[in-house]
Write a protein that binds this ligand. Structure first.
Ligand SMILES: Cc1cc2nc3c(=O)[nH]c(=O)nc-3n(C[C@H](O)[C@H](O)[C@H](O)COP(=O)(O)O)c2cc1C
Length: 179
């Protein structure tokens, strides 16, 4: 059974249209769209339902500009209409590091799909300078500023399903029954 998507595009189309968008229109995002995107992350599954994440929504251009300097691959955050910053407690051990990373990956993807659904582009960024990122956002030292997601209407091209994504061959990736 297909679940009708009442908001925008078909779920499958949103999955196929999502791509990293790093050039954004200046248009602001509505509070309702931002809320829905973050709610998608809030609804994401997590190991033991631990929900290790906190999400910081940033729309202030000065802060976005500052955040764009915390990692060499964060330049696009400066021109974003908003950013969602994913914060987790400093993991106490290796196991928690793995599950927290898995969890925030799921939350990230849910937010990216929800954004694509309403025509909003998203672009990941890692975080290098923890001290600077914490200072910009007021995050305490016992938390990691794990990743950032830039958001905005795409300035390059619309979000349409990508026919030939830049991916390893499907049959090389997918194994049936055995490796
Ligand atoms: C864990 C992770 C970290 C990433 N870090 C960055 C980054 O710092 N800067 C950036 O521009 N893109 C970053 N990306 C985006 C990837 O480069 C991108 O997802 C990949 O090239 C596939 O392209 P697509 O998302 O357009 O399909 C990151 C993606 C992931 C999953």
């Amino acid at each position: 059974m297909r679940v009708a998507n009442l908001a925008g595009m078909d779920t499958w189309d949103a999955i196929c249209a999502r791509r990293n968008v790093r050039q954004y229109q200046q248009e602001r995002l509505s509070a309702a769209d931002l809320h829905r995107i973050v709610e998608a992350g809030w609804r994401a599954p997590s190991a033991k339902n631990r929900q290790p994440w906190d999400f910081v929504i940033v729309t202030d251009p000065t802060q976005l500009s500052e955040l764009s300097t915390v990692w060499r691959g964060a330049g696009h955050i400066a021109g974003a209409a908003a950013a969602i910053v994913l914060v987790v407690p400093v993991p106490p051990d290796e196991r928690r590091l793995v599950t927290d990373n898995y969890d925030i990956g799921q939350a990230t993807m849910a937010m990216m799909i929800a954004a694509t659904d309403v025509g909003i582009g998203t672009g990941h960024s890692s975080v290098g300078d923890q001290g600077k990122a914490r200072a910009i956002l007021g995050v305490p030292d016992d938390h990691l500023v794990a990743f950032m997601l830039g958001l905005g209407y795409p300035a390059d091209r619309a979000l349409l399903p990508i026919r030939k994504p830049n991916r390893r061959p499907f049959n090389e990736v997918v194994h049936v029954d055995r490796w």
